[in-house]
Design a protein around this ligand. Structure first.
Ligand SMILES: *[C@@H]1O[C@H](CO)[C@@H](O)[C@H](O)[C@H]1NC(C)=O
Ligand SMILES: *[C@@H]1O[C@H](CO)[C@@H](O)[C@H](O)[C@H]1NC(C)=O
Ligand SMILES: *[C@@H]1O[C@H](CO)[C@@H](O)[C@H](O)[C@H]1NC(C)=O
Ligand SMILES: [Zn+2]
Length: 304
């Protein structure tokens, strides 16, 4: 009897685990992608921003922003935070391969601004008001920082600005090498994990070091200045989302069908793109935080 009970409770736990795995829609960069984006960003902060970020982080983060960059994915299904769920992505019209804020930035019920670009704008503006001492007390600035940091990762994940009917590739079931996956997940996680396994001894520190090296004096060095060029926030965010849907069309969706197996050829040609998006997310998150918390001259004006 006891044995039977244990067996069935094991079965139940398995069922629950599977249900939880299958339930969430778009997750955003995997844990690894978000951690990398935030670590890269924190390394590029100027002293004022670095101090402000440290002060906003809760004690248990030990000053490490990346330790909480996945938090918005963990809480998005909690009742209290259900409103944040549509903020992780943008659905664009099938096959249009374009993004338009006024057309696409809304939740599934059509509520305006409830998409990843609207959210970044929202939380940046909250942090600016906080910095200027005109903060709305109802808003939690720690949460604003974590949401901003997470969503800057998401907007750079190409499949977070994908087509509506396939939910950003989530319903395109396929194989990644020998296991089952889907196109969204390939871009969220599979490519990063395969890269870690094949080239970085499964050590995130090694991958981070390689990315940072390519930013500070490697393949991306000449591009970094243009990546972080930004006078006015919203047009910049719209540019990042447009880059994502363009990459989604050209590199993610193209030639891929349900039931296919993606392997070496897909991995080798897409890995550099994923790494560049993670690097851009980090550089641009740092740019925003430096503008919000830095000495004001080059900062954004308080928009709203
Ligand atoms: C902005 O943040 C507030 C809470 O801090 C939330 O109520 C509102 O829905 C958010 N709007 C967007 C577009 O993210
Ligand atoms: C702000 O949010 C964080 C994370 O949810 C929470 O731990 C903290 O207690 C909140 N602070 C206030 C003042 O509500
Ligand atoms: C960094 O650049 C080198 C080429 O110099 C490249 O082989 C490597 O894959 C790049 N690293 C990342 C993470 O993109
Ligand atoms: Zn997310």
């Amino acid at each position: 009897m006891a044995k039977l009970w244990r067996l069935s409770s094991f079965g139940f736990v398995l069922f629950l685990g599977l249900a939880l795995m299958l339930l969430p829609r778009t997750q955003g960069w995997s844990k690894e992608g978000h951690i990398l984006t935030c670590r890269i960003a924190q390394g590029l902060l100027e002293p004022e921003a670095a101090e402000a970020v440290e002060n906003l982080l809760p004690q248990h983060a030990n000053g490490d922003l990346s330790s909480l960059c996945v938090w918005p994915d963990q809480i998005r299904h909690w009742y209290r935070y259900r409103w944040t769920s549509p903020l992780h992505f943008i659905d664009t019209p099938d096959d249009a391969c374009t993004y338009d804020y006024s057309r696409d930035c809304h939740d599934p019920h059509g509520v305006k601004n409830m998409c990843v670009v609207g959210a970044i704008q929202n939380f940046t503006s909250q942090l600016l008001h906080f910095r200027e001492g005109t903060s709305d007390r109802r808003h939690n600035m720690t949460e604003a920082l974590l949401f901003l940091s997470h969503f800057m990762g998401d907007v750079h994940q190409p499949m977070h600005v994908g087509f509506t009917s396939d939910q950003g590739g989530n319903t395109i079931a396929l194989r990644w090498f020998r296991h089952k996956s889907n196109l969204h997940h390939v871009w969220d996680r599979e490519i990063v994990l395969t890269a870690l396994k094949d080239y970085y001894e499964k050590d995130l520190d090694n991958l981070q070091e390689d990315i940072v090296g390519n930013i500070t004096d490697g393949i991306w060095f000449d591009d970094v200045a243009s990546w972080k060029e930004c006078d006015d926030l919203l047009p910049c965010l719209n540019k990042y989302a447009t880059e994502s849907i363009n990459i989604a069309c050209k590199w993610a969706y193209k030639g891929v069908e349900s039931g296919q197996t993606l392997a070496d050829e897909y991995f080798n040609s897409r890995m550099p793109i994923v790494m560049k998006r993670i690097a851009q997310g980090g550089v641009r998150l740092a740019m925003i935080l430096n503008k919000v918390f830095g000495e004001s001259e080059e900062g954004f004006a308080t928009a709203t």
